[in-house]
Write a protein that binds this ligand. Structure first.
Ligand code: NAP
Length: 366
């Protein structure tokens, strides 16, 4: 251990304070870890200090603490998984980059043969399979379903499950959760483990990292053996290590929230996309620009995503009706005010000439 001068010690304390304050949404210092206490910052600081070991790096040079270095050290020590991805669309290309960087072995199977450019896969270090038998014979520890919502059932049923190891872990990333959970429980043999997840981010929002972005998950069926518990935790660690906010909730709860967040967002965005001349103007407000961005982002997604969110979330229809009623209510409120104005002009001001009345908007039928 080094002997530090007062100044050196002060600098280290400053560095610790600046770079190491535990962030409750960052899973570099997990919220659920026994060493993290939201109510006791003093305890957190001391637990962070305890993790540090200051060593001399040639002479008396003292290296400032480096968050990335510590994350890379953790990465080196973490369990490496062999992950077979089924369905290779744009979202997977985005996920695979992180899986590979973390040192996992990534195999990919796509029915449509090279949905993503093959050279891109090779450059990433992903092994590509066009036959599901070949993929399953590789005996991956994890099978990660990344199909579109509406194609999950047919793709899952087409997999030769008998070629996989007993107790393989099945995971999905679909944007609805009750449907894949139900299908997994129906179709997969009882020895297989099941983890349902939804990364609430994508290539756009996760472009510059996943820190603080939510990963919702439910451990639907994980065997009691340590190896199976550890494998599931190792998979979740892929996200917690990147700083994702880990949100454990049931699939039913996810779909209830999602109808009010994701579905509404997509429907409003798509609706704005139906208005022809909604465009950039020299006097955009911030709010208007937010709407234009929403329109552009949601309309860039495949329509099948919205369709899947709609038909495979049992809360969707009710949410759509509520949205429709809210829109009607605002319209009614506006027309109601207008109607009162019109009445005032017609009956309280007999001088109102016909031209003024003609200028007023026509009230729609109730
Ligand atoms: P995608 O490109 O629409 O589809 C992914 C794969 O699903 C395709 O490569 C294809 O598999 C299969 N597929 C799609 N349509 C099909 C059809 N009509 N018939 C048969 N197979 C079909 O989806 P994505 O944008 O990559 O998203 C994948 C999953 O991640 C979705 O379930 C989505 O809800 C979820 N997710 C997406 C985001 C995001 O930001 N994009 C965020 C969180 C979660 P093959 O390769 O075998 O042909």
């Amino acid at each position: 251990m080094l002997t530090l001068s007062g100044l050196q010690e002060l600098r280290i304390r400053e560095a610790l304070h600046l770079h190491l304050r535990p962030n409750p949404i960052s899973h570099s210092f997990p919220r659920h870890s026994s060493s993290f206490s939201p109510s006791n910052p003093r305890k957190n600081r001391s637990c962070v200090y305890r993790r540090l070991c200051i060593r001399s790096l040639g002479g008396s040079a003292i290296q400032p603490y480096d968050f990335k270095t510590q994350r890379n050290e953790l990465l080196k020590k973490s369990v490496k998984l062999k992950i077979a991805i089924v369905g290779f669309g744009s979202f997977v290309l985005f996920l695979a980059k992180t899986l590979i960087r973390q040192g996992h072995t990534v195999l990919a199977y796509s029915q449509s043969k090279y949905t993503v450019n093959s050279s891109m896969l090779v450059a990433l270090g992903v092994s590509f399979y066009s036959d599901p038998h070949d993929l399953c014979e590789e005996q991956p520890e994890v099978v990660l379903l990344c199909t579109s919502i509406i194609s999950l059932e047919s793709i899952l049923k087409s997999l030769p499950l008998q070629r996989l190891k007993r107790s393989t872990l099945f995971v999905d990333v679909l944007s609805v959760k009750e449907m894949p959970k139900k299908l997994f429980l129906q179709i997969l043999p009882p020895e297989f483990d099941i983890l349902c997840t939804h990364p609430i981010f994508g290539p756009e929002s996760g472009r510059s990292g996943w820190a603080g972005l939510p990963l919702v998950y439910e451990k639907v069926r994980i065997g009691n053996e340590d190896s199976r518990i550890n494998r599931c935790n190792a998979f979740l660690k892929i996200f917690s290590q990147e700083g994702c906010r880990m949100v454990e909730m049931s699939c039913a709860e996810h779909d209830r929230y999602s109808a009010g967040t994701q579905l509404i967002t997509h429907i409003i965005g798509r609706t704005l996309g139906k208005i022809d001349d909604l465009d950039w103007t020299p006097m955009n407000t911030k709010g208007y620009e937010t709407l234009l961005n929403l329109r552009d982002n949601t309309c860039a997604d495949n329509f099948e995503l919205l369709y899947g969110l709609f038909i495979y979330n049992k809360n969707a229809l009710e949410q759509l009706q509520r949205l429709d009623m809210a829109f009607q209510s605002v319209k009614k409120q506006l027309y109601g005010h207008l109607h009162n104005e019109l009445r005032k002009q017609l009956f309280e001001n007999p001088e109102t000439n016909e031209d003024t009345v003609d200028d007023l908007p026509v009230l729609p039928p109730n």
